[in-house]
Design a binder for this molecule. Structure first.
Ligand code: NAP
Ligand code: F7E
Length: 344
């Protein structure tokens, strides 16, 4: 029998890739999108699946809306991907971030528990919960120490998922996912900012890319690999929590160099801190500068995940390496910039 999946946040990066995967697997996919005055279907259109999924009005801050959705859709699987997902904005909007990323998860769980308790639930947890890391690499049992209102809110979402599983015997899983990127990544996030703006530098549209802390290190993977792990978690005989990560951490400056390489630039560095500059050795031009405006009140210096449990229990392995990811993103953005296509 055809399974029905509900994806909240389907217009986001992961939502689009997950919808694509589930359609390939023969699911009926219902996607929740919050209302906007602009078109929000760009990523779904990019993957050619805009017309293959049923779109519904959905907002994590609205309990009756969630309740009706669960009741009407009667999903077999629910993937809760919707969130205020940009860490820096969480300092500007801490209460909104808490309402959506923390309490919103309880709204989802309450609606499922009451209306459709057999539905399997996936919560989009995050490596940001490790924040000021207490162990290297980070595993499912590593103590948490979030460093932003986003990380704190997501930690609540994580524990309420565990709690509903233990309290009400629900099939609820929390995926602790490390950074995953793609050509569909939002423009605010550093990898996409780098691939888009270095492409613009390359075509002469702008002179320079401005970034914040170049020293932070992240464990970057490809979003297409990570949505497969989300699905695998909900196919197991028992619910559990899993880290998904590549096990390889690199600095922001490394990602700049790799994107530069893919665009036929040779970026080298001079200066330190706010004075640091990236220079394209091939042209002698300064193509990267540091701007304090992009620094954060509290930084997460290093994230490095250990996905052994996911490898052993789910058979999940990430396929795309960080340099391949940088190449993929650079190519996609360079082609978009050259052809003047709409960005999302
Ligand atoms: P994303 O591109 O920002 O997508 C999030 C989606 O949630 C967007 O479509 C957004 O709508 C929607 N949304 C925001 N507030 C909402 C609300 N109140 N009600 C309903 N929908 C709302 O993020 P992503 O990278 O795909 O990440 C998916 C999930 O995984 C998020 O929960 C994120 O926090 C988590 N996560 C991501 C990563 C990562 O590296 N990508 C790692 C760990 C965890 P708009 O399009 O209108 O903004
Ligand atoms: O920052 C540094 C910044 O915004 C990465 C979200 O998907 O992954 C993401 O959160 C690093 C930070 O991602 C700029 O200070 C330097 O150290 O790309 P980001 P994030 O904060 O790691 C986690 C796992 C999630 O769960 C989140 O939802 O890059 N950085 N210069 C910069 N970051 C940005 N955005 N812009 C800069 O100019």
């Amino acid at each position: 029998m055809t399974k029905t999946a509900l994806i909240t946040g389907v217009a986001g990066q992961d939502g689009a890739y997950l919808a694509h995967l589930l359609l390939q697997k023969g699911y009926k996919v219902v996607g929740g999108i919050r209302r906007s005055s602009n078109s929000t279907h760009g990523r779904l259109a990019e993957l050619g699946i805009e017309r293959d999924i049923q779109i519904i009005d959905f907002d994590l801050s609205d309990l009756p809306n969630i309740w009706r959705t669960i009741s009407e859709v009667q999903p077999d699987e629910v993937y809760n991907l919707a969130a205020q997902s940009f860490v820096k904005t969480s300092w500007a909007q801490p209460l909104y971030t808490a309402d959506v990323d923390a309490i919103g998860v309880t709204r989802m769980l309450e609606a499922i528990r009451t209306v459709n308790p057999k539905a399997r639930f996936y919560q989009a947890s995050t490596s940001e919960m490790f924040g000021l890391v207490q162990e290297i690499p980070q595993r499912e049992v590593t103590p948490f120490y979030p460093r932003s209102p986003y990380g704190v809110a997501k930690l609540y979402g994580h524990w309420i998922t565990v709690n509903y599983r233990e309290s009400f015997d629900m099939f609820a899983c929390s995926g602790i996912l490390f950074n995953h990127e793609s050509p569909l990544r939002g423009l605010d996030f550093v990898t996409r900012k780098i691939s888009l703006h270095l492409s613009r530098v390359k075509t002469g549209e702008i002179e320079c890319l401005e970034l914040g802390n170049l020293e932070a290190k992240r464990d970057w993977g490809f979003a297409g690999d990570y949505v497969e792990g989300m699905w695998m978690m909900l196919q197991q005989p028992n619910p559990s929590d899993y880290v998904l990560a590549t096990g390889d951490a690199n600095s922001i400056s490394y990602f700049v160099e790799e994107v530069g390489r893919a665009l036929d630039m040779d970026i080298v560095w001079d200066g330190t801190g706010l004075q640091q500059r990236g220079i394209d050795r091939k042209t002698g031009k300064v193509v990267v500068r540091v701007n304090e405006a992009y620094y954060r009140p509290a930084e997460v210096d290093l994230l490095l995940g250990d996905a052994t449990k996911a490898k052993e229990k789910l058979g999940w392995t990430p396929k795309v390496k960080v340099n391949e990811l940088a190449q993929m993103m650079a190519k996609a953005d360079y082609d978009r910039v050259k052809s003047g296509r709409v960005l999302f």
